[in-house]
Design a protein around this ligand. Structure first.
Ligand code: ACM
Ligand code: ZN
Length: 748
């Protein structure tokens, strides 16, 4: 018996067969033969057939599904024996296919697997019939909460696009859409009891932050207003759309902070009774919160929540709770009175009281409250769930205290961050979050043991949209990282491997490209940032998608590579200074971002600058170097903080030498620095970029004749970041750091 089953297993293939499906299914066993998919496929189901699935086949694979009572090509059946919600088994045999599932969601997931197999096959063999290898796939999700968030407050996206976004989740077996509907920058949901939320709070002028489309999207001609909102009718339609696809929409109404839009429309609900105004000099600050001492606040919030609860069937209602500025409560008569009456010692306890009161209300309507991890401050009533965004700590604390948790640690899942080296990434905030890091996300950290693990419902990605004004950029930020996230939340840890994910990811990107979805193309690897060499050097580039037929195009003259530029095939040897630029050409003909490396040929005996190192401070502007003594003087080859090896917390640098210019020309110089910097050529200030600040770039223009010129760069670092770059702007406006081969020690 054992012998027979062993032989049988060998025959059908014991190992896991890799198939182009994301997220990776639990088990895949290849069988003998293959099944040819017909353009019109008959289907029979013992569950009520979801009309959406028929549409999905037509839209995605161009196939028709025809219902039949006879022997079908595809049999759909319910099988209660599966253990987990969402489980399914897909059997592909030469004479037909059977998809059995625990429930409706499992049916949807099994169909997504089948659709991905079909679309991939169509792409790989566009002129052939769709032939699928016979196989048996059994699959089930690891986590019950596989979520993705979207901030529609910073930027607004039309109702129809929200459906596309939900489709992205469905296609990758994600099942929660966290809809961030309100924030400082705009209120986005119609509330019948408070019409000013959509008349006033949904429309606004620029915030002093960036990328608002207020000129394009002016609500009234001549009025630079930006915004929009979803009517209750649209919300109902979207909720219904999501429900058909097995996606739960968790609505978020932010409180007590991040509520400026609402308070602008209803200022009587703030402590001051006046709308909060951002002082011009302030770059970013949290807005004032709802007044916690005013009963009208709760009347407002409960009425809003009632309308929201009526629209959304979700078990969980998200009430925000993050980053609330509490100082206005300290100075508010009503809030102070509330604290006295309730015996609250400080404003943190007042926030906790606020949240508990809202939680009671949400529970009274038969729902559960979830909030960002700040709701833990001052204590949280049982039954509330926590969304951990400031790393894992809040989630761990909450799970150990018996609260359910959704992990959304920013360092793993904030998809608004740049996807690679910020120098070459057009969009996103720092620090970087690459696809590999997202792939490595595990909502259950190793230190969480036993029962507490059961409180981790799952994980979620977040997309904050202050810098995402349109859907093309939104998709650029989403893909491919959403693919990595879906696998991190669906697939068991011991089945995960970035190495086998990567080629599947590339194939999936091709399919998305075919659907007209935008995405970030991987860039070539292996390029150093900068190389100083004496006689010659070489560079080896890596094509991350070689197997898919992608090509790396490169240039050595500073021009942006295009389809006519050389295709990289072997190590490039350089005997002169060069700017190497490279881009990946994706098989669909599109290009990745351009990456760049600077190769400088130098003679260490003559090239370079003298660098004086000064410790001291604290300085708030560049010190008077003439009145100071340098601690050290070093010969360096480059301008920048890294030119000196050992630095104190606060220090200043002064680089001196000569700069060679090839042709008579008017040049635009820049300094980019954190903190202050100063560029002096031939004794004259060209760029003054002084003061304590983050990375700031300033420019200056000067006519220089061919030949050598006295150069001096001064810099100081006060705190936090250390950045210093000096260079010229190219005709395309690109920053080109000064080449070490043009810097010379000054002859004494
Ligand atoms: C958040 O990112 N403030 C939840
Ligand atoms: Zn108050």
């Amino acid at each position: 018996m054992r012998m027979i089953s062993l032989l049988l297993m060998l025959f059908v293939g014991m190992g896991y067969a890799e198939i182009p499906v994301i997220p990776r299914p639990q088990t895949v066993h290849e069988q003998k033969g293959s099944y040819v998919v017909q353009d019109s496929m008959t289907v029979k189901s013992d569950m009520s057939l979801n009309p959406y699935l028929i549409d999905a086949f037509r839209e995605c694979a161009g196939l028709k599904l025809l219902c039949t009572n006879a022997s079908p090509d595809l049999m759909l059946s319910k099988d209660a024996a599966f253990e987990k919600i969402g489980s399914y088994k897909l059997v592909i045999e030469p004479d037909g296919m059977v998809l059995s599932a625990k429930d409706r969601s499992g049916m949807i997931y099994g169909m997504q697997t089948l659709l991905q197999l079909i679309t991939d096959r169509q792409l790989q063999h566009p002129n052939d019939p769709v032939e699928l290898r016979a196989m048996i796939i059994t699959d089930a999700p690891r986590f019950e909460w596989r979520g993705m968030h979207l901030d529609v407050s910073r930027h607004f996206y039309p109702a129809d696009y929200i459906k596309d976004y939900i489709d992205f989740l469905v296609q990758h077996k994600m099942n929660v859409f966290h809809w961030h509907l309100t924030d400082d920058q705009g209120w986005r949901i119609e509330i019948n009891a408070y019409p000013k939320l959509t008349k006033v709070a949904a429309w606004r002028k620029g915030t002093g932050q960036q990328d608002w489309n207020y000129e394009i999207e002016a609500a009234e001609p001549g009025e630079p207003r930006y915004g929009g909102f979803y009517t209750q009718e649209e919300v109902r339609e979207i909720v219904d759309y999501a429900q058909q696809r097995g996606v739960t929409i968790v609505p978020e109404i932010e409180m007590p902070g991040h509520s400026w839009a609402a308070l602008y429309a209803y200022p009587e609900l703030s402590c001051s009774g006046e709308p909060w105004v951002k002082p011009d000099s302030v770059v970013f600050e949290f807005s004032d919160p709802f007044c916690a001492g005013n009963e009208q606040t709760f009347e407002f919030l409960e009425t809003v929540l009632d309308e929201v609860i009526n629209l959304f069937p979700s078990e969980f209602i998200h009430i925000g709770g993050d980053e609330a500025k509490k100082s206005p409560w300290e100075h508010c008569r009503k809030c102070q009175k509330r604290m006295q009456e309730k015996g609250l010692d400080n404003v943190h306890e007042l926030q906790s009281w606020f949240i508990r009161r809202i939680q009671k209300f949400v529970n009274s309507r038969g729902r559960r409250m979830i909030g960002w991890d700040e709701i833990l401050q001052g204590g949280l009533a049982p039954g509330a769930a926590v969304m951990s965004w400031r790393g894992f700590a809040g989630g761990l604390q909450a799970a150990r205290a018996g609260h359910d948790v959704v992990m959304a640690p920013s360092q793993f899942v904030y998809l608004n961050r740049v996807q690679g080296d910020p120098q070459f990434e057009p969009f996103g905030s720092r620090p970087a979050l690459d696809v590999k890091t997202v792939y490595g996300f595990d909502p259950i950290p190793a230190e969480l043991s036993g029962d507490a693990q059961d409180h981790i419902l799952g994980g979620q990605g977040c997309l904050w949209t202050e810098h995402i004004p349109d859907t093309a950029r939104l998709e650029y930020m989403l893909f491919p990282r959403l693919l990595a996230l879906s696998e991190a939340l669906w697939t068991q840890p011991d089945s995960k491997s970035y190495d086998h994910f990567y080629p599947r990811m590339a194939r999936r990107l091709l399919a998305l490209s075919g659907q007209g979805v935008n995405f970030r193309r991987p860039v070539p690897g292996g390029l150093p940032e900068r190389v100083l060499f004496k006689s010659d050097t070489s560079v080896t580039l890596v094509n991350p998608l070689k197997t898919l037929g992608a090509q790396v195009h490169y240039t050595l003259d500073g021009e942006k590579p295009d389809v006519d530029s050389p295709v990289y095939s072997e190590t490039v040897r350089l005997t002169d200074s060069a700017v190497l630029k490279a881009r990946l050409r994706f098989p669909d003909g599109s290009f990745s971002n351009t990456i760049r490396a600077l190769f400088h040929k130098i003679d260490p005996a003559v090239n370079g600058l003298m660098c004086e190192y000064y410790a001291g401070g604290p300085w708030v502007q560049l010190p008077d170097f003439a009145g100071l003594n340098p601690l050290r003087t070093e010969r360096v080859q480059e301008i920048g903080p890294d030119a000196v090896a050992h630095r104190d917390d606060q220090y200043a640098l002064r680089f001196t030498g000569e700069l060679t210019i090839a042709h008579d020309d008017t040049l635009t110089f820049y300094t980019s620095s954190d903190d202050g910097s100063h560029l002096i050529i031939n004794g004259k200030t060209i760029v003054m970029n002084d003061g304590v600040h983050g990375t700031v770039t300033k420019t200056g223009r000067v006519y220089l004749t061919a030949g050598r010129h006295d150069l001096c760069v001064e810099f100081f670092d006060a705190q936090y970041g250390q950045v210093l770059e000096v260079g010229t702007l190219t005709n395309n406006g690109e920053n080109l750091p000064l080449s070490p081969s043009n810097l010379y020690f000054k002859e004494q």
